[in-house]
Write a protein that binds this ligand. Structure first.
Ligand code: PMP
Length: 422
């Protein structure tokens, strides 16, 4: 019979080395916040497929919607023959994405593609080519998004220079010595040293950095960014690929920032485990690209659109936005209690259920080694965790919002046991 080890050996031989492996485990099946490996071992899932499973593995309503779609048709290519689930999903997103203006939506397949297209749309709408992105940003692994992603190793190392015209501003992060003022000054510095604002099409920001370490931008900073964009005719792009679909306690994190982006990217949890992503924004901006300039063969797959529509119903029926805030309080409460007795946990933070803690050595250096050991020890005790952060010293939690309190506490008990042992 198959073992994790035998599958890891086959994987090693058959799969390109650049595709890394966080946990040496092969999954057999999954249900809500639980996964079982091929050896029958059970784990609590605090990773959620990297922010894809806010409604859990195989939510029954999502499964039903996909099954119904499966029995009708699975593919036409929307540009060839249209179908209602694509249209209905765009209508729903036009309502849900923050911004008190007429909106239109484009569907694609992955978060990276959504970011690529947001840049294309901003370029077409402004007639400019420059982009400002932030330190620690993660926007994807395609060529343009690699320019925007603020981490060379491992994402673009060995691949040569990525497309030009991307300028790096500092993401505000007081914990590591970057104030809101410093971050704004870094943009002014770009305008002075690198590119005049009239050449910048977009400023792209994650309202809460995901891969970069779960740092929350302050509403005050977002408002200053908005003002800067308005002053210079720059498109503000909110990358809500990781923060969206209810993770932060509102359906989109920008709802808590007091200003709206011109363009919003979404993906991941929007379709509860099926691949759909997209860009939603000001109707006239979205329409800057002529027919034929946007789309893709699988873009807005009917199965994924049906899943996404079901996800939105589940959010309403199960009151998952309120649940997201409660999950956040439970996790943050447990982590803060741990941090009170353990100086290695230097910070506990988050927005809604997007929760993390950051680990430091006794002399205050980021402790990536301890972080890695906690993640491995937790796995051995039956909990799937993820780390993140520019220094690899952040433990992040992306548990399904549909997990029970018992599961949340069982997972936190494992984390507590790991800190006690290591
Ligand atoms: N933007 C953000 C904020 C993300 O977290 C990610 C994925 N981690 C992406 C873009 C890229 O999405 P994908 O992996 O679906 O291309």
């Amino acid at each position: 019979s198959k073992t994790n080890e035998s599958l890891m050996q086959r994987r090693h031989n058959a799969v390109a080395r650049g595709v890394s492996q966080i946990h040496p485990i092969a999954v057999q099946r999954a249900e809500n916040a639980t996964v079982w490996d091929v050896e029958g071992r059970q784990y609590i899932d605090f990773a959620g497929g990297i922010a894809v499973l806010n409604t859990g593995h195989r939510h029954p309503k999502v499964m039903d919607a996909v099954r119904r779609q499966l029995d009708q048709f699975t593919h036409t290519c929307f540009q060839v023959l249209a179908y209602e689930p694509y249209i209905a999903l765009c209508e729903r997103l036009n309502e849900k994405v923050p911004g008190d203006f007429a909106k239109k939506t484009l569907l694609v397949t992955t978060g990276s593609e959504a970011l690529e297209n947001a840049v294309k749309i901003a370029r077409a709408a402004t007639g400019r080519a420059g982009v400002i992105a932030f330190t620690g940003a993660y926007h994807g692994r395609t060529m343009m998004t690699l320019s925007m992603t603020g981490k060379v190793v491992p994402y673009s190392a060995g691949m040569g220079l990525m497309p030009g015209g991307v300028y790096r501003a500092q993401f505000p992060c007081p914990l590591h010595g970057v104030s809101d003022d410093d971050a704004i000054a870094s943009i002014e510095r770009i305008f002075k040293n690198d590119a005049q604002p009239q050449d910048i099409a977009a400023i792209v920001i994650e309202p809460v950095q995901g891969e970069g370490g779960f740092y929350v931008a302050s509403p005050a900073f977002m408002q200053r960014l908005r003002a800067l964009c308005d002053q210079h005719g720059i498109m503000l792009v909110a990358d809500e690929v990781q923060t969206g679909a209810g993770r932060t306690g509102t359906f989109f994190a920008m709802e808590q920032m007091g200003v709206a982006a011109d363009l919003t990217t979404f993906a991941k949890s929007i379709a509860g485990g099926f691949p759909v992503a997209g860009v939603c924004g000001r109707a006239e901006v979205m329409d800057a690209i002529a027919p034929g300039g946007l789309g893709g063969t699988y873009a807005g797959s009917p199965l994924a659109c049906a899943a996404a529509l079901a996800v939105m119903e589940v959010f309403e029926e199960e009151n998952l936005l309120a649940r997201s805030r409660t999950v956040g309080e439970i996790l943050t409460g447990r982590l803060k209690a741990l941090a009170a007795d353990d100086k290695r946990i230097g910070d506990v933070r988050g927005l809604g259920a997007m929760v993390a803690c950051e680990l430091f050595t006794a002399d205050g250096a980021p402790d990536a080694d301890l972080t890695g050991r906690i993640v491995a020890a937790a796995r051995d005790k039956g909990l799937i965790l993820l780390s993140c952060g520019q220094y690899g010293n952040v433990i992040r939690i992306l548990v399904p919002l549909t997990a029970t309190d018992v599961e949340l506490h069982a997972g936190m008990d494992i984390i507590a046991a790991c800190f006690a042992e290591l």
